[in-house]
Design a protein around this ligand. Sequence first.
Ligand SMILES: [Fe+2]
Ligand SMILES: [Fe+2]
Length: 161
Amino acid sequence: MTEQDTIRTYYERDHDRLDELFTTFQRLKRSDFARAKEAFKEFKVGLQRHIVWEEDLLFPLWKEKTGMSEGGPTFVMRAEHRQIGALLEAIHQKVAEGDPESDREEQQLLALLGAHNMKEERVLYPSIDHVTTEDERTLVYRQMQDIPEDRYRTCCGTHSH
Ligand SMILES: [Fe+2]
Ligand SMILES: [Fe+2]
């Protein structure tokens, strides 16, 4: 992250990075499955990490600053994370089996993720930037680095298949 990074710019960049990994997976899965699988693994671990960052750090900070939790935007975001996670696992299952026929699940995930990320980028992240100080955001970036990898590093490479 750079000095001037806001929550919005930092997290938006992570969304873009993840989108690119997923596109690589889709582009290569019928021609070079090994490379496609690598891209998918990086995407899955990265998305899981992104969700942990949001749920463990950003959303609690938002709640602390605004008093909003149930019924607020982060309540909806958490529910969407569960749906995103279910589709991610459905695709993961097929990738682990070497099966490229996951187009339907991929379309569902892209639709869900696209709408979800847009809401975060347009509404939630700017709101968090608005209610926090630069010091508080610096603390978030530091805490992000401190989250143990085993919270999010689970994919085809790390268990038996
Ligand atoms: Fe999210
Ligand atoms: Fe996000």
